[in-house]
Design a protein around this ligand. Structure first.
Ligand SMILES: Nc1ncnc2c1ncn2[C@@H]1O[C@H](COP(=O)(O)OP(=O)(O)O)[C@@H](O)[C@H]1O
Ligand SMILES: Cc1ncc(COP(=O)(O)O)c(N)n1
Length: 274
């Protein structure tokens, strides 16, 4: 079995962070391990508190798993602080890890801040040069490119700017656009490898129940890379997985419900009820 590592924060509500990553990996039939960078007291309504893990303890977890298990791919999610970004980059380089997907998590869907501002520079200098893929959403891409959040810019422009920080690929997520001819909205992600652009389009689902979409997408891409798919195929398959998991969502909690990973499993209906 292929092994995949997530280095990310814990979402006590189970919808995002390492919980979403491990569910996604399991459904992809890869073995998931998790190094926790921060605890969040979180539910579907928002993030009530954050407790970052010390950089020494993040390093200890990384040494434990990396000295023992051979990972075919890995992803980073919420890294919370610049010291955690730095130690993560240091260990990834030290152990010469391949197939790295960096999801530069800054803000939760609920609007709560998950990364200190001082860490943005560390991402660009230390982690992006090691990454096969970085997966910012539009807002994160603007922050990383040093562009005001209110400024309208093309995803292509952002992709080029971010590619200069040294990752092999950049995926700008979540440009939503309407196609007047078809009266349908599409959720579009743009992949750039330094010379070519590829667009991944899926139906935009009218819902606020999208807690964990970014985590799920990057975990699915890392799983697909571990399974030896090309980057393009890994993103394409991950997008299909994600869209189905949003569409199959059930109401969980009082706020923005998480995605449904279980529907993908071929289980008897009885075992899913209740
Ligand atoms: N309502 C939706 N319907 C379909 N796809 C969506 C929807 N919302 C987000 N996505 C997709 O989920 C992924 C994560 O995008 P986004 O929500 O922008 O990132 P993040 O979770 O990091 O903020 C992208 O592939 C995006 O196109
Ligand atoms: C621990 C943790 N990590 C990441 C996210 C972002 O999740 P989303 O995909 O909803 O933006 C989150 N809410 N909590």
């Amino acid at each position: 079995m292929k092994k995949v590592l997530t280095i990310a924060g814990s979402d006590s509500g189970g919808g995002a962070g390492i919980q979403a990553d491990l569910k996604t990996m399991t459904v992809h039939q890869v073995y998931g391990a998790a190094v926790i960078t921060a605890l969040t007291a979180q539910n579907t309504l928002g993030v009530q508190a954050v407790e970052p893990v010390s950089k020494e303890f993040v390093a200890a977890q990384l040494d434990s798993v990396l000295s023992d298990i051979n990972f075919a791919a890995l992803k980073t999610g919420m890294l919370a602080q610049k010291e955690i970004v730095a130690v993560t980059a240091q260990k990834i380089a030290e152990y010469n890890l391949k197939n790295l997907v960096v999801d530069p998590v800054m803000v939760a869907t609920s609007g709560d801040l998950l990364l200190e501002e001082a860490a943005v520079q560390s991402y660009k200098e230390l982690l992006f040069p090691l990454a096969d893929l970085i997966t910012p959403n539009l807002m994160e891409a603007k922050v990383l490119a040093g562009i005001d959040k209110e400024t309208q810019v093309e995803a292509e422009f952002l992709a080029k700017k971010l590619h200069a920080f040294g990752s092999k690929y950049v995926l700008i997520k979540g440009g939503h656009f309407s196609n007047p001819a078809q009266q349908s909205k599409k959720a579009v992600d743009l992949l750039y490898d330094g010379s070519n652009f590829v667009k991944f389009k899926a139906d935009y689902i009218e819902t606020n129940d999208t807690h964990g979409t970014g985590c799920t997408l990057s975990a699915a891409i890392a799983s697909n890379l571990a399974l030896a798919y090309s980057m393009e195929k890994a993103v394409e398959k991950a997008k299909v997985y994600l869209t189905k998991a949003i569409a199959a969502g059930e109401k969980i909690g009082k706020g923005n419900s998480p995605l449904n990973h279980i529907y993908q499993l071929d289980l008897k209906k009885e075992s899913r009820q209740g």
